[in-house]
Design a protein. Structure first.
Length: 95
């Protein structure tokens, strides 16, 4: 298997499609629709990469990004969003 990847996105169709594509490429992928679920799993195991939605029903992905990068070592994080503002996207790039 290649790297472990976690994807946190509340859009089930998008999340499931990305999981399907990445698994076909040989990655081990876990999908989450809630920040709390991702945080619980991060306490047990860190992935190599996290795909992280900016706007989530239970919080802000930019805040989650801050928490993830404080981990040592921390996984690489790719921010994704279909609805975020330009300001939110710019803020996430500053972290």
């Amino acid at each position: 298997m290649k790297a472990d990847i976690y994807i946190l996105d509340d859009d089930a169709l998008f999340r499931d499609e990305v999981i399907h594509i990445l698994e076909q490429e040989g990655y081990s992928v876990n999908g989450f629709d809630r920040i709390s679920s991702l945080k619980c799993t991060l306490q047990v195991r860190l992935p190599s990469v996290v795909l992280l939605d900016i706007q989530l029903p239970d919080g802000n992905g930019v805040e989650v990004l801050r928490e993830i990068v404080s981990l040592r070592p921390h996984p690489e994080v790719v921010m994704v969003s279909g609805a975020a503002s330009l300001q939110e996207a710019a803020d996430s790039m500053k972290i």
